[in-house]
Design a protein around this ligand. Sequence first.
Ligand SMILES: O=P(O)(O)OC[C@H]1O[C@](O)(CO)[C@@H](O)[C@@H]1O
Length: 431
Amino acid sequence: MYVDLGNALSSVASPGVSRESLDRLDEDVAVAHERIERGRANAEHGYAALNLPGTADPDAIKATVEPVADAEALVIVGIGGSALGAATLADALDSEVDTYVLDNVDPEHTTALLDDLPLSETAINVVSRSGTTAETLANFLVVREAFETAGVDWTERTVVTTGEAGPLRDLAQKHDLPVLKVPDGVPGRFSVLSTVGLAAAAIRGDDLDALLQGGRDVAESLSGSLFEAPAYAYGATTYALDTRGASVNAMMPYAEGLETYAEWYAQLWAESLGKDGLGQTPVRALGATDQHSQLQLYRAGPRNTMATFVRPRERIDRAIPATDVDGLSYLGDATLGELLDAEFEATEASLAAAGRPNVRIEIERVDERGLGQLLYGLEAACVLAGELHGVDTFVQPAVEWGKNAARGLLGAEGKFEEARAVEEKTRLRVE
Ligand SMILES: O=P(O)(O)OC[C@H]1O[C@](O)(CO)[C@@H](O)[C@@H]1O
């Protein structure tokens, strides 16, 4: 994983950070690194996630999913951190196994998916750390019923990933289902390199060892200086730019296979840093596509945005056929990959020319090792940014209010004051 901070410097951009400020900030990075290392050594909640490249057991995961290793299709039933990591790997990596993610409770979408699936050839990976998330459990009950209606034994097609206890763990035990434990101390959004992201990857036949090796590559680079650790360089720079006004971070990977990665990043950044009135707003974008939708704002809108450009250094390419159409012959001399790289460098430079901060992140290829580096790198960057902001990176208390309100509206057991607030909504209807 390579990071280039050049276009974030105050000599190029505003908001920007001076080299002297980065040198001063590096002292705080050293202190934060010590804290992180201590947290990792004691396997403290959250910090333990940065140990996964060394603690995850790919062979045990592969053995557990063996019963469904013959699947032609896979449905991942989960939400948030229990879906986005696996979905990111599935979007980026090729596999013989057609993979679908049920991470919403839209009846039309769920029904259409179940109607199309070859259920007898389909594996189900239901994932929930708490085992109580309404959307995940509701979708699983619907999926299970579809299998039963089709006369397919769902207990033969299901692998469960969940915590030590809870309704999903109870269900797995009741039906003697293969179950993988979510490791202790690993919040959902930091769990892609654990059983949470790797169970589906194993069913798909992805190279788990290479994914974890990618994580180890970056873990070994973590040190007390941002000038030696690319992940910390990125984390520290987002912090420096955020505190100077860049309260929005547009994540713009230049690879179709990394589109879901930008969604994964959005949860990581929003749930980890969005608290105590602080937090950089993550925006999902895709290069070159969103040059033609969002770039106008980032180049000429309020000076509150930084952009993060991600690209693989190598990709399988395809020539653009020669053409005699006037004004287009230049395209015929290039390839799609060359055009995409030109767009990448041109867009990066266009923001710099307008004095808008941006950072470049590169990996060798969009393969298991490259993804392991990118995902672990962003996790480490996020943990460091959380230390510098002085927030508790590993909790997300603000999400509970809405969950309680929804449970109350559906008449779940217990008292949910929040549900009353929904009924007492202030109204100013215009029809
Ligand atoms: O894995 P679980 O417990 O189903 O939670 C799913 C997601 O919901 C959240 O708790 C937010 O509501 C996320 O932090 C988490 O990744």
